[in-house]
Design a protein around this ligand. Structure first.
Ligand code: M6R
Length: 596
């Protein structure tokens, strides 16, 4: 949700900020803007639409200066428009602000400022920050920022510049991510590491209400009592290339193709610190979107291996408001690529407030979930840029499998030998994924025949149903084709009425025990005119002549979602590509949903 970058250095800030915004565009892309201090004043260029539109506008300017802030927006308050784009200025054009988050008390603050004669230009909540900081500014920007931060309710990551202190760029955050990058010749603020990785891998992670004061020569940190803080610098291990497309037409395809490697990295990384599972009588897995789907898959795995009395999976947005029955005997597992999803963070805080022990499975090091959970296990997916998650999802599954095996041993539900067999099977996943990726031409060709469908259904049973949920989400997210996932056994309870001549049903069948069941579901839809695309490792599938088949390598049923997921990702990708969709930046979406 919205990307922020700020630069203070010796070079012209414009290309550096625009390049950083390109790396942040996945966070929001309905408008973008930049404010540069050019010696005389703020030069602000803003443009509705994709970043490319801003770049075009910038080409017609000679904008330059050594300090600036930039923003790419995912609209919450106020429609996407030039005027609602960031940066926002105070009405005296003295303060420029970029904001990520939601200012919940903006109406009250705005009314107060309007009563003092201040005129607002936009419909956004964010403008109130610029107006308020300008109102509070009495010759010391840090003072003004502290007063402003203290007055704001809601969530924010802010980059703030002041005309009268042209060497200073200030950053502050609450409940939204913000990092400070340092290098010899320049210092940066950014919403996320890829935006500045080209320039530095040395970063500070800002905590809530910590303030960073940057100049081109250095960075100082303060709390809101204006006391100096000492912070730990961190070294980012991601390579610069990992945030580039590397010759692929889309980040999504690049990230799909990276899966053998990142799965290997994740599987080989030892999980060191975990709670004693025997102290719990309940596990709740909670997350959003695809991370939730990973949780649904894992419920089957935990249930089967751990035989645990109570395992629930909940959408984080539901969990946080349902007054969940959790206590100190509950382990709450939070799953998230970004570690910044607002609902998942709120679910974690709710669980903690009730005494539950929290364990986060997170991709982004230093993110809120990683820092606040009692235990954290990292996925080694590297930076994921495409809005539609692929490699992060796959690595989440891998970590969840490993946890399930470990907990099952600790609970004495499986022997060490069984655990070894299961772990060996998990270790085969990367090579089997690589094998599936060799079928890319078949999937591309098949997907090209599917772009005309108005609706596509996904069916499966048990763990195949869990992965059907993810296949369906992936498809609708990037191709805009309506899609639903159903448990095969549910078809006859109502859903089958939607099946007609030429409906496409994608069936997933990797549970040996349930081959006959899902096959009979396929027969039911085929006899009503549906076409079936079957993703399966069943030998019997090859005998079926009325369907299109993608045969998967054999694997233990519990880990088969890691293989079927790859086919479903490629299928969605190529349907969307053949439809000419903007795959990495699907409409209305943003990668990290840091607002409710
Ligand atoms: O960063 P998170 O994993 O917490 O994000 C959760 C969802 O927003 C995310 O998985 C979303 O559903 C993806 N765009 C799906 O591809």
């Amino acid at each position: 949700m919205c990307g922020i970058i700020g630069y203070a250095g010796d070079e012209c800030a414009v290309p550096i900020i625009v390049d950083g915004l390109k790396k942040l565009e996945y966070r929001g892309y309905d408008s973008a803007g930049i404010a540069i201090f050019d010696g005389g004043g703020f030069n602000v260029v803003k443009q509705k639409g994709r970043l490319a539109a801003l770049e075009e506008k910038l080409e017609n300017t000679s904008l330059c200066g050594n300090m600036g802030i930039g923003h790419t927006r995912w609209a919450t308050h106020g429609e996407p428009s030039d005027v609602n784009s960031h940066p926002h200025l105070g009405s005296g054009s003295k303060i420029a602000v970029v904001h990520n988050g939601i200012i919940e008390n903006y109406k009250q603050l705005k009314a107060r400022l309007e009563r003092r004669g201040i005129t607002f230009a936009s419909q956004t909540d964010s403008e109130v920050v610029a107006q308020l900081a300008e109102y509070y500014y009495k010759g010391d920007l840090l003072d003004a920022v502290i007063k402003t931060a203290n007055a704001l309710e809601g969530s924010y990551a802010l980059g703030i510049m002041c005309l009268e202190e042209p060497d200073v760029l200030i950053a502050v955050k609450k409940d939204n991510p913000l990092i400070v990058g340092v290098s010899q010749n320049a210092n940066f603020i950014a919403s996320d590491v890829p935006a500045i990785l080209k320039h530095t891998n040395q970063v500070y992670y800002l905590e809530d209400k910590e303030i960073a004061v940057l100049t081109k020569n250095g960075v100082e940190f303060f709390n809101t009592d204006k006391e100096p803080l000492t912070k730990q610098i961190e070294t980012i291990t991601w390579s610069v290339d990992s945030a580039e497309k590397g010759g692929y037409p889309h980040f999504m395809l690049k990230e799909i193709m990276e899966q053998p490697k990142v799965l290997r990295d994740t599987i080989q990384t030892e999980i060191t610190k975990l709670p004693d599972i025997s102290q719990f009588n309940k596990i709740v897995i909670t997350a959003c979107g695809s991370a939730y789907n990973a949780g649904v898959v894992s419920k089957y795995v935990f249930e089967r291996l751990c035989r645990f009395p109570s395992i629930e999976v909940d959408l984080a947005s539901e969990f946080r408001y349902k007054d969940a029955c959790v206590d100190e005997k509950t382990l709450v597992i939070l799953v998230s690529q970004s570690g910044e999803t607002a609902d998942t963070i709120a679910a974690m805080r709710e669980a903690k407030s009730k005494g539950a022990v929290t364990l986060s499975i997170v991709n982004v090091v230093g993110s809120t979930l990683a820092k606040e959970a009692d235990y954290t296990v990292y996925t080694a997916a590297g930076p994921e840029i495409a809005v539609a998650t692929t490699k992060a999802f796959s690595t989440q599954l891998a970590v969840l499998y490993k946890l399930a095996v470990k907990f099952a041993v600790d609970l004495q539900k499986i022997s060490q030998e069984e655990a070894k067999t299961l772990s060996d099977e998990i270790a085969t996943i990367p090579d089997k994924v690589a094998e599936i990726l060799t079928h890319i031409d078949f999937i591309q060709k098949y997907a090209s025949t599917c772009i005309g469908y108005k609706s596509i259904f996904f069916i499966g049973r048990n763990i195949d149903y869990a992965i059907a949920l993810e296949g369906s989400l992936k498809l609708k997210e990037i191709s805009y084709i309506h899609s639903e996932a159903y448990a095969g056994g549910e078809l006859k309870h109502g859903t089958i009425s939607l099946v007609e001549e030429d409906t496409l049903v994608v069936a997933i069948s990797c549970c040996q025990r349930l081959y006959p069941k899902i096959f009979s579901n396929m027969e039911q839809v085929i006899s009503r005119g549906a076409k079936v695309f079957l993703v399966s490792n069943a030998a019997e599938a090859e005998e079926h002549d009325k369907l299109s088949l993608l045969k998967l390598p054999d694997i233990h049923e519990l880990f088969s979602p890691s293989l079927s997921a790859i086919v479903l990702q490629l299928f969605s990708y190529y349907v969307a590509a053949n439809k000419g969709c903007d795959i990495d930046k699907p409409r209305n979406l943003a990668k990290s949903v840091t607002v409710e």
